[in-house]
Design a protein around this ligand. Structure first.
Ligand SMILES: [Zn+2]
Length: 573
């Protein structure tokens, strides 16, 4: 390694068009134009960040000003080439559009362009992030690029082409730069590692390349960061530990446990991730990545650069258990969570809940399957094999609330129950041809979401039991917040049932308060409680208090009176 460490992005900056990676079209067009002596007075390089725009601008300056040029292959040895490589060329002026946006800066340029270059063929202005210039600055610039002196050349670079006024664009020769392919980035990283005599595992380079999403500069920056803590061997394991990422393997382990009935084990594994410093956001992001990869894999895609994973990473067992629709539902759920989690009081709790919810994923019925069932039914009707009952009128009943005979003051000790609790009550036997089960809640949530009721969609999954009696379906939850929100959306709920199942049953909502005391908790809840530990229990209490205050007070009092209890002794603790 060199005595003084130079960042890789600088060290690997191409000094020659042949070394510019991933922009073959731009390179060949520029080379041909220079060879043919077709030199424009204004160039506009656009494209994502870190893909070689500024490097290309400097290369073009070099090519135009080389003492042996203009030539597509600047010598790299003459005074001009050396000065440009060192950023010291007096006739190549680099301006950052982001910090020189005012019309005065442009006026200065307008005056300067009157003076010919001091020692080179051309006086070249490289203006980076040119879209940042103000409108008046653009107007001032426009006059200059309309009739520039023979020796002046402008090279503009921008990440946001659409913000550059059309009047400017139309006067420039335009070049669009592309994102750099993952394979190409891996090749460059491999060579960078070789230069430093560092051994680098393929999967580690693959991860860096994937994270840098097509930007060579980002890839080199991340590479430097990783190299700084990796010693003489870069491995994925070290990256995971130091950068606190969950990674494919860890997520796949958690998901496997969650969907094979080992919810507790999944929570343990998740807890380990948290302990190692991985944030909830990161876990959610990695989980979304995971399900995206599975989805693409299911649809037959095998290219690692698109999948974001190599073949050996793909957990065939999980792919075998989950259907395409179930994977899609999980991906959608994680994407929604990623969007919502910043509003959450406890992101960690959200991801907990999500992992536990994954356990019902294998039994989720896809909308497509429902449609097929409906089609079959339709066929049955047409053939006269099915008799249709007259549809029940949709009746909305509110304000059903029951309370177990517990002193309200004891409620403080209570931990919120999870909807995944009480699996023994999951199957609801119905007397008619239509029944609603907890496993239907997914489809119901989906229907609500489609109706533009995202919060109802989220709360419907908090329903813990669906009772059916005389064709009336009662949705039971112990969460006041869920109960109140759903109560406000009862009409939407009825509509959602109609749209998801083609039925119009009478529905009710019921808030059922849970018993207190640890003995009442299922093993899973005890596990949850143990997992959350001190500070998080406090958060839960806050959650709970918040929910309790959301319950209209008169309701609680009335309920207590109904039960023959003393009225609630106010909200004080
Ligand atoms: Zn030269």
């Amino acid at each position: 390694m060199a005595a003084s460490y130079e960042v890789t992005a600088t060290r690997k900056r191409p000094q020659d068009f042949d070394r510019l990676v991933g922009q073959d079209f731009v390179v060949s067009t520029l080379e041909n134009a220079i060879k043919a002596g077709r030199i424009a007075h204004a160039y506009l390089f656009s494209g994502p960040r870190g893909v070689g725009k500024t490097s290309s601008a400097r290369l073009l300056a070099k090519a135009l000003n080389c003492e042996h040029g203009p030539t597509p292959h600047p010598c790299g040895k003459c005074d001009s080439c050396l000065a440009i490589a060192q950023g010291k060329a007096v006739d190549v002026i680099e301006i950052d559009g982001a910090s020189n946006t005012s019309v005065n800066d442009i006026r200065a340029i307008k005056e300067e362009v009157m003076y010919p270059p001091q020692s080179s063929r051309y006086k070249i202005y490289i203006i980076d992030e040119v879209h940042m210039l103000s409108t008046s600055a653009f107007n001032a610039l426009l006059k200059t690029i309309e009739e520039p002196p023979e020796y002046i050349i402008f090279i503009f670079a921008t990440t946001e082409l659409q913000k550059v006024p059309a009047t400017i664009r139309s006067r420039c020769q335009q070049f669009r730069f592309n994102l750099i392919s993952q394979n190409l980035i891996i090749d460059c990283l491999r060579s960078a590692a070789e230069d430093l005599s560092i051994k680098a595992d393929e999967d580690a380079l693959f991860w860096i390349a994937r994270e840098s999403t097509g930007s060579m500069r980002d890839a080199y920056t991340l590479f430097d960061q990783v190299a700084s803590f990796s010693g003489d061997h870069i491995t994925l394991q070290k990256i995971r530990e130091k950068l606190s990422i969950a990674g494919f393997g860890a997520v796949s382990d958690i998901v496997r446990k969650a969907i094979t009935g080992q919810g507790g084990e999944a929570i343990n594994a998740l807890s380990d991730l948290f302990s190692s410093g991985v944030s909830a956001e990161q876990i959610i992001k990695d989980s979304a990545d995971f399900f995206r990869t599975l989805m693409l894999y299911k649809s037959g895609i095998r290219r690692p650069d698109i999948l974001g994973a190599v073949r050996s990473d793909i957990p065939e067992d999980i792919v075998g258990i989950l259907t395409e629709e179930q994977i899609e539902a999980a991906l959608k759920a994680f994407l929604n969570l990623y969007r919502d989690v910043r509003y959450s009081l406890s992101p960690r709790f959200e991801i907990e809940l999500m992992i536990l919810r994954l356990s019902v994923l294998p039994s989720m019925v896809a909308p497509a399957e429902l449609v097929k069932k409906l089609e079959d039914m339709k066929k049955g009707i047409a053939e006269g094999n099915v008799v249709i009952k007259a549809p029940r009128q949709s009746v909305v009943v509110t304000d059903i609330k029951e309370s177990s005979p517990q002193a309200p003051s004891e409620k403080k000790e209570e931990i919120e129950e999870q909807p995944e609790e009480e699996p023994e009550e999951e199957v609801v036997v119905s007397e008619g041809s239509f029944s609603l089960k907890l496993s239907d809640l997914g489809a119901l949530a989906e229907a609500l979401r489609k109706m533009g009721k995202p919060s109802a969609a989220r709360y419907i999954t908090s329903v813990e039991r669906i009772d059916e009696n005389d064709g009336i379906f009662t949705f039971v939850t112990s969460k006041p917040l869920a109960y109140n929100s759903l109560k406000n959306e009862e009409k939407s709920l009825a509509k959602a049932i109609a749209s998801a199942f083609g039925e119009n049953p009478m529905i009710k909502l019921k808030l059922e308060e849970k018993n207190n005391g640890d003995s009442e908790f299922s093993p899973r809840m005890k596990e949850l409680k143990a997992f959350f530990g001190g500070t998080l229990i406090k958060k839960e209490t806050e959650d709970k208090e918040k929910e309790e205050t959301n319950v209209p007070k008169h309701e609680s009092i009335r309920t207590n009176e109904d039960n023959g209890l003393d009225p609630e002794p106010d909200e004080d603790n």
